[in-house]
Design a protein around this ligand. Structure first.
Ligand code: UDP
Length: 475
């Protein structure tokens, strides 16, 4: 009789930027070990929306835990960060932590069921490192999946643990564990600047980092070759194997509400444009900018004359899921861009992977969510960076360091940033026929090639990491 196959239980944080890499990881696990049982655990609404978007042959089982057993003061029905304003995120993370008993029962029922002789492994989001407690209790393997970049993760952890910006007046200031890394205050989110280590946010993350010390291994959603610094920082702090395992890009888990007629309009628009001529603009699945910045971005785009697809939602201060009002854009803007077919405004969900993979897409103005960066790299599209908060600032640093993009603006607090003039200048620089633009575009293509090699079955770096994980679970 052969070895019993293992059962891998995936526990992502319910947020688009975390769910997507977990689903991609599941795809890769199933592809290389079809006999593996893979179960993704989340709350009912998330499970239903994943179910509706999964291909029939995904090999993924879905298990629904109850909605939070305790009243956390979240709006009714909120089961994902997409349903919440940023101010409620910490409360939401704690609500997820209150699923502890329900998840414990789920693992317990599998461990005690005699017919389930397959070894069990929990792979949890680093935001849900509390699951390590349950793994230890039931003597099962636990791996943590960091869905951030290694550099972003290391800086983020250092800020939560040490609050280095409170220790010095210097700007930029060094990180205590990595003095060679200098961070500007403008690269630290407002909530972090206000935090002193005793607030709920700090305590939540400090607890997760403490739990993470008991995990068996850490997988990071990155590619070894891109992140020597970030990975060496993580390896210095976390004393167990760190495996960069940037998974393939699977367009699953996206809201089923995406409209196919809007998608047709987008693809027709792209089909009608010359190669590398369209700027794609998106602030990810949940972020937006200040009203004044939105106005300036629109003016800058018009001034640049560059064709664009802009995934736009109401600016800060308004319901992000509410109706979009034309007064947030320059007077007559919509009218002027339409007849010239200069730009498309997308209200809602854009098929990002299809846009990035289209030959007409020339650059991506991005908030630097890590998935967006990886996706852009995967298709060799250069980035115009506008990080908004959290570790996006450090992802933007990486993009600049890798030479595949330029930072246009930073944060959403300073409404006086001269976005309009800079948009015109940076779009011309990245997409125009000048030496710097050529160099950036060349570098983006090199990044794409490195990323593809990472999954080479003979010795690719991410492939090696996956094999290490299979060894950990003994298959
Ligand atoms: N995304 C998409 N269409 C949209 C907005 C987002 O497909 O209109 C996807 C995008 O491809 C990426 C994810 O949602 O996979 C966003 O993750 P990221 O880490 O870039 O940003 P976050 O939303 O977590 O800030």
């Amino acid at each position: 009789m052969g070895k019993p196959q293992a059962h891998v239980v995936l526990f992502p944080l319910p947020a688009q930027g975390h769910m997507s890499p977990f689903l991609s990881l599941a795809t890769r696990l199933h592809h290389y070990r079809p006999g593996l049982t893979i179960t993704l655990v989340s709350t009912p609404h998330n499970i239903n929306s994943i179910r509706s978007s999964l291909p029939p042959d995904s090999g993924l089982n879905l298990h629904s835990l109850p909605v939070y057993p305790v009243d956390h003061g979240l709006p009714a029905g909120a089961e994902s960060t997409a349903d919440l304003p940023v101010e409620l995120y910490i409360i939401f993370f704690k609500a997820i932590e209150s699923l502890h008993s329900a998840f414990d029962e789920f693992i317990s029922s599998h461990v005690s069921n005699a017919s389930n002789s397959a070894p069990l492994c929990i792979v949890s989001d680093y935001f849900c490192s509390w699951t390590v407690d349950i793994a230890r209790k039931h003597k099962v393997i636990h791996a943590t999946f960091i869905t951030l970049s290694a550099f972003g993760g290391a800086v983020f952890f250092s800020l939560w643990l040490n609050h280095p910006h409170k220790l010095t007046e210097r700007d930029p200031f060094p990180l205590p564990e990595y003095p060679e890394v200098l961070i500007h205050r403008s690269q630290v989110s407002q909530y972090m600047l206000a935090s002193d280590g005793t607030d709920e946010g700090s305590q939540f993350f400090q607890r997760q980092l403490m739990f993470m010390n008991n995990t068996n291994a850490v997988m990071v959603n990155t590619v070894e070759e891109f992140e020597p610094l970030g990975l060496s920082m993580l390896r210095k702090t976390l004393k167990f194997p760190i495996w960069p395992i940037s998974p393939p890009l699977a367009p699953v888990g996206q809201p089923s509400s995406s409209k196919s007629d809007e998608e047709t309009e987008i693809m027709t628009f792209l089909d009608s444009r010359p190669p590398a001529s369209v700027l794609y603009i998106s602030f990810g699945s949940q972020y937006t900018i200040q009203p004044g910045q939105m106005m300036q971005l629109a003016q800058g785009l018009e001034g640049s004359g560059c064709a664009f697809i802009w995934v736009i939602r109401p600016p800060i201060g308004f319901d992000p899921k509410g109706e979009f009002k034309d007064v947030w854009l320059p007077h007559g803007f919509k009218h002027r861009i339409k007849p010239k077919h200069m730009g498309l405004l997308v209200h809602g969900w854009a098929p990002q992977l299809k846009i990035l993979s289209h030959i007409s897409t020339g650059a991506f103005l991005s908030h630097c969510g890590w998935n967006s960066i990886l996706e852009s790299m995967f298709y060799g599209v250069p980035i115009i960076a506008w990080p908004v908060c959290g570790e996006q600032f450090y992802n933007s640093m990486m993009v600049v360091e890798l030479g595949m993009g330029i930072e246009l603006a930073r944060g959403v607090m300073d409404s006086s940033m001269p976005v309009k003039e800079k948009v015109e200048e940076v779009v011309e620089l990245v997409m125009g026929s000048n030496a710097k633009g050529l160099e950036i575009r060349e570098r983006a293509k090199e990044c794409r090639d490195v990323m593809k090699k990472a999954w080479n079955e003979e010795g690719g770096s991410s492939m090696k990491s996956l094999l290490e994980f299979f060894k950990l679970i003994n298959i």
